[in-house]
Design a protein around this ligand. Structure first.
Ligand code: MLT
Ligand code: ZN
Length: 466
């Protein structure tokens, strides 16, 4: 990136948006170099703190005119490097656009800005007797703009689906500073191409959200949680199938494998020493009491079951969630470096995937543990290491995990996105013809390839953004 273009961008942005919203010194920009992945950070040259649609438009107009790359960023809690400015240039931060503009009880929808913290939307909706189901585990700090860009999931996705199911429409600004509004405020609507669906999950490579219209649901009347301990992973995963065959539709079905339980024990979380796998299952709706009794029966009579605990009041439910909620921060403490993958396989292939992961770990000598959203077949296989000398072994392990996932009929990413960390594998799943078509779509939105360059696709030599 020529220094002259950056210098001109600094001057033009300060003039258009105001000095106080344009950070240019290395200290202020340093915090925008990384996200929650292990992808290598890169300090941006400029950070724009947008507070209005006009600021987003001005940034994308100036960037296009001067040929400067732009990386959009909301909460910066992503796990695949999506918000890292891989090509330097401008980070366009939307965290200050944090208003819930409308909570429409009659029509069950919310209109929000991209910087609304997901947990704040949960709380605001619930205060009105409403419910926003998507619940990425980082809900206390992640933001709706990033959730929509990555099509974030979370434990409740089993029953309620991922963020995509709740995005009715978006206002998005494209490179050059042109704003489009796609989607609707109505329950139904099939007018034209579904551009909203294309923008959701596009990982900040097609447009920058300035407003998002979200579908809400009535708040579930009751919630109940059950925790089941099992003697091994296969018994726990077979119990997931048994629960479904029994006709129950839990909102969450979370799983922890033996190394994950050992990791929690090593950090002081009390877990029955006989247990080698854990399921956390949550029900909601109107007949929870009866369903909880059924669920308890199914879990305790499942082969390999060791213990079942159930809870309906909020404090006891929170205690049952403790181990699962602690998983990601606990894993972070175990080693200097960690990668949390988010592969998905058909539910029936989860045990086989765990066996293959164990084989990969042994072959490459890389410590690993797995937990995740068993109802969806979405497993967070974590690889842990302490020394940069092990980087190559970890890379081989990740590559073999991707191959095993695809061989079992799965997909590379269930909720974290491809970003920087998985772009080298995408063609293995999608094949060159589909990737080529996606390059073409990218060119329609961003002909110069300046919006979030280097993400999702491996470079193809013809278009520097993808
Ligand atoms: C989770 O389910 O805890 C999150 O997706 C983050 C992760 O641990 O990978
Ligand atoms: Zn997850």
């Amino acid at each position: 990136m020529p220094a002259a273009a950056i210098d001109r961008a600094k001057v033009a942005l300060a003039r258009a948006i105001g000095d106080s919203r344009v950070a240019v010194d290395a200290d202020a920009c340093g915090a925008f170099a990384k996200d929650e992945s292990e992808a290598d950070g890169r300090v941006p040259d400029i950070v724009v703190h947008a507070e209005s649609l006009a600021h987003i438009e001005a940034t994308l107009r100036i960037a296009e005119e001067l040929g400067v790359p732009v990386t959009p960023r909301a909460g910066g809690t992503g796990r695949s490097g999506g918000a890292i400015p891989a090509a330097g240039g401008i980070v366009l931060a939307t965290a200050k656009l944090s208003r819930i503009k409308d909570l429409d009880r009659k029509n069950l929808l919310a209109v929000v800005e991209p910087g609304v913290v997901t947990g704040d939307l949960h709380a605001a909706a619930e205060a009105e007797g409403l419910f926003y189901p998507p619940d990425p585990n980082s809900w206390k700090s992640c933001m709706i703009g990033g959730n929509v860009a990555e099509n974030a999931g979370g434990p409740r996705a089993f029953k309620y689906g991922t963020t995509r199911e709740y995005v009715l429409g978006v206002e998005a600004c494209l490179m050059g500073g042109h704003t489009v509004r796609s989607g609707k405020r109505t329950v139904k609507g099939v007018t034209g191409y579904d551009v909203t669906a294309l923008l959701v999950g596009s990982e900040g490579t097609l447009g920058v959200f300035s407003e998002i219209t979200l579908k809400l649901l009535p708040k579930p009347r009751e919630i109940a949680t059950a925790l089941g301990l099992f003697r091994d992973s296969t018994s726990a995963l077979d119990a997931v199938t048994a629960v479904l065959h029994h006709g129950l539709v839990p909102r969450c079905m979370e799983f922890l494998d033996p190394p994950a339980l050992d990791a929690l024990r090593s950090q002081g979380v009390a877990i029955d020493a006989r247990a080698a796998a854990l399921l956390l299952i949550e029900l909601d709706g109107g007949h929870v009491e009866a369903d909880l009794m059924d669920l308890g029966e199914v879990l305790s009579s499942a082969p390999g079951s060791i213990d079942v605990q159930v809870a309906q009041d909020a404090a006891r439910r929170a205690a049952l969630w403790e181990a699962r909620r602690a998983m990601s921060p606990t894993t972070r403490k175990l080693a200097k470096y960690k990668i949390s993958e988010d592969v998905v396989v058909p539910r029936s292939a989860m045990s086989e995937l765990l066996d293959r992961v164990a084989g990969i770990g042994l072959r490459e000598g890389v410590r690993n543990l797995t937990y995740g959203h068993a109802g969806d077949g979405n497993l967070h296989v974590n690889f842990l290491w302490n020394d940069r000398a092990e980087d190559e072994a970890v890379e081989r392990a990740v590559s073999q995990l991707m191959d095993a996932t695809l061989a079992l009929g799965g997909t590379l990413s269930g909720e974290h996105g491809i970003g920087l960390t998985k772009q080298k594998y995408i063609t293995r799943e999608q094949g060159p013809a589909l990737v080529q078509l996606e390059h073409g779509l990218k060119r329609v939105f961003d002909p110069k390839g300046l919006l979030n360059p280097g993400k999702i696709f491996p470079p193809d030599g013809t278009h520097h953004a993808c």
